[in-house]
Design a protein around this ligand. Sequence first.
Ligand code: TPP
Length: 373
Amino acid sequence: MSTQVSAAAVADRLLPSASPVRLLDDATPAGYARDYAMPSEQRLRSAYRAMVIGRRFDTQATALTKQGKLAVYPSSRGQEACQIAAAASLRDDDWLFPTYRDTMSLVSRGLDPIEVLTLLRGTWHCGYDSQATKTAPQCTPLATQSLHAVGLAHGQARKGRDSVALAMLGDGATSEGDFHEALNFAAVFRAPVVFLVQNNGWAISVPLAKQSAAPTLAHKGVGYGVPAEQVDGNDVAAMTSVLDTAVEHARSGGGPFLIEAHTYRLEAHTNADDATRYREDTEVEQWRGRDPLERAERYLRARGCLGDEDVRGFAEEAEEFAGSVRARMQQEPEVAPLEIFEHVFGELTPQLQEQRAQVVAEQAAEAMSEEDR
Ligand SMILES: Cc1ncc(C[n+]2csc(CCOP(=O)(O)OP(=O)(O)O)c2C)c(N)n1
């Protein structure tokens, strides 16, 4: 086996561009590793609309945590371009493997928002039908979904189907062993899977500099033989175009593709976290200046594809959507607490048996006190 590899061959096939792909603003650095076409104005308009609705949904979900209607909510405010482009890049028969932060993507994919919020409400493991929606349950253990995505993609390919799996990850998740195993297996078996890393700068309070010594997270693909790209994650046009390229690469038999999207979460890790304890306001302000919605709006307005009336119309639509989520979340869900112990293990572990017994005892005590009233 030859160990000679030409630098040009590596650069042609694998290396990400030297700077993140950017299409929206005029000061675009040229010379990307691959050709990226500007998406049509119609597509960008619908992406803008979806981002407006997504952001409003995000603030509504955050408000629901304050009213005690949701147990927790990891906001993706600031990451709308990644969230919306990811959902829009897939066909209905493609699979999405999201994390806890990707609720906006799921809602944008057309899943019922109340079903999507079930996990974060704490009422059940997952509220939507994964098979019917081709959307895996939102993953809380970091990076495990990347292995599931690869397994599914490999299985689909073996069945002769041309559907693709998209695994969404955070920057912190790329330090997990599962991520590395997933890249390696996918590359060796040419599984049709796209890894989308939303590098939002922080893994809770750990900054990227303390997490990885790689030049960029996209460069992590090279050692596995996975072509990769880095992209401005707050530029919905660039996100759309790079995702198109990656999905097409996977669908047409090229194997896996890794994308690193440079973005930022404007809110804290979740509503339970205080981000002012570890990051500077000036950093947050800098990123506010790169707001994905404002950048898309500027571009579309300058080309006459978006006017005041459209912007008002989209805002009204978003308001209606949020209102319906709010109203439906006021209805108390029907829960059978003992059901949570079913469907995960064939046989309950001793710890779970103990926990189940505790719930049974609590239910019995509650029933007694009801009778006393
Ligand atoms: C395997 C595993 N280890 C640790 C945790 C605890 N944990 C939850 S979120 C988080 C940080 C994740 O950061 P990142 O992957 O960058 O995603 P982000 O939340 O920023 O979107 C950690 C360490 C976990 N959920 N799973």
